[in-house]
Design a protein around this ligand. Sequence first.
Ligand SMILES: NC(=O)c1ccc[n+]([C@@H]2O[C@H](COP(=O)([O-])OP(=O)(O)OC[C@H]3O[C@@H](n4cnc5c(N)ncnc54)[C@H](OP(=O)(O)O)[C@@H]3O)[C@@H](O)[C@H]2O)c1
Length: 243
Amino acid sequence: METGLKGRPILVTGASGGIGAATVRLLVAEGADVIASGRNEEVLSKLADETGCRTLSFDLTSEEAVKEALDGIELFGVVNCGGWGGEIATPMETDMAVFDKVIDINARGTLLVTKYASQNMVKAGKGGSIVNVSSQASLVGLAGHISYASSKGAVDAMTRVSALELGKFNIRVNAVNPTVVMTPMSEWYWGRDEIGGPFIETMPLHRWATEDDCAAPIVFLLSDGASMISGVTLPIDGGFTAV
Ligand SMILES: NC(=O)c1ccc[n+]([C@@H]2O[C@H](COP(=O)([O-])OP(=O)(O)OC[C@H]3O[C@@H](n4cnc5c(N)ncnc54)[C@H](OP(=O)(O)O)[C@@H]3O)[C@@H](O)[C@H]2O)c1
């Protein structure tokens, strides 16, 4: 299938992390002009050496930094992948400072990038596609995920409202909702047998997702093949939320 992504400028936040870097690699393989973003410039520059992507470093929690970084940048696509896992805690014991930080990075950060990127996309008048990396944690109740799930629930809601508002500019907005991928964000918790074991038993495909399992649907949603898809929250969860 022709993705239509050749030469198109696409920003990927969280590109210094597992899912973001896999997405950068796949987008570059499709011929896209990728701008890899994160805070760790050393990791980003290694990814640039490997793939030939551009890099752009900024902190998702600073409106000034996001605004300045995206000022005047031409974009066809955006992958809002930067995120933080926060803590495992019940609603009774949750640390509100962690809640604030998770919301700040995952929800507010996604909105900030959408805000300034979509201004440029609308000005350019060429349409576009935004993919927000949400989580299965927004779709079902997962023990211990009170803060993280709240942040991703906000991302899902932003996806739907942004799809509604940006549709008239031919900009599509979708989310993907992956299950556990064994990046450092997840491994310390889900990698424990007593936590991961019972979970994976209930999942129809009985395995964790890989970074590449996430990258492929993200690239599809960016592509022309998804030209009539907007406002969806697509589980990448081996069937976990279906049963
Ligand atoms: N791993 C999973 O099981 C899983 C499951 C479902 C959804 N997700 C979501 O998938 C996305 C990527 O996760 P991952 O597993 O690839 O995580 P990861 O390897 O820990 O990567 C996290 C990325 O977010 C960036 N980031 C964090 N705070 C930031 C900030 N304040 N400003 C700018 N960038 C920031 C990091 O950049 P620096 O390191 O450069 O700061 C890094 O590139 C996240 O949104 C996560 O919630 C993950």
